[in-house]
Ligand binder design. Structure first.
Ligand SMILES: [Zn+2]
Length: 205
């Protein structure tokens, strides 16, 4: 059997709800499981990401870490991209060692970063689109992390709002809300076809 692909997530700089509030236009903050300074939050988010990748079995291992020695490395960054419509960017996975073009931040030039999530943008969506509902921000962040990792494992976008790889950009507000509600409840999953495609990417040279 092929070596499992190791993915490290660096979530140590995840923003607090106060930071998101400062950047949110609406000021609506929900109840429930808010974005917080919970010291265990990163570990909780990793657990949720792992649950979304369970169908891949031993093909992929997901850990918290700084990327040292890992095959793939996704980092949470508050607002590097600066575009409120983009929640993350990733290298496109073409194979286990082959990745499509990807621009790192200058500060990460010498680090093995292969993807980012922009929590400022995602926090803004949570605040604006789920403001009146019970929010489980860890679930939402974990879903967007899984989406970016899906790109790293070779997946493209899907139009269906009940798919983790929902395209998001330019989609109607109602579709975005539905996607966020499903993410909030960890109701999104990769399809069998997507799982097979990700396994094929990992198995390729
Ligand atoms: Zn995407």
């Amino acid at each position: 059997m092929a070596m499992p692909l190791t993915i490290h997530l660096e979530l140590s700089e995840l923003a607090t709800i106060e930071t998101v509030k400062q950047h949110a236009a609406s000021g609506l903050i929900g109840r429930g499981d808010p974005i917080s300074a919970d010291a265990n939050r990163a570990a909780k988010i990793v657990e949720i990401v792992r649950s979304l990748f369970l169908p891949l079995g031993e093909a992929v291992t997901i850990r918290l870490g700084d990327g040292t020695g890992s095959d793939r490395f996704l980092k949470a960054d508050f607002a590097w991209n600066g575009d409120p419509d983009i929640g993350g960017v990733s290298a496109q996975g073409l194979g286990r060692t082959k990745l499509g073009k990807f621009n790192r931040r200058a500060v990460d030039q010498n680090r093995p970063v292969t993807g980012y999530i922009f929590e400022g943008a995602i926090g803004g969506w949570i605040v604006d689109l789920l403001g009146a509902t019970v929010i489980r921000a860890n679930n939402v962040f974990a879903t967007f992390i899984a989406h970016e990792l899906g790109h790293q494992l070779g997946l493209g976008h899907e139009a269906a709002k009940d798919n983790i790889m929902f395209v998001w950009a330019d989609m109607p507000v109602a579709d975005r809300q539905q996607y966020l509600r499903l993410a909030n409840d960890v109701k999104l999953a990769f399809t069998e076809k997507q799982v097979a495609a990700m396994k094929a990417t990992i198995a390729a040279p």
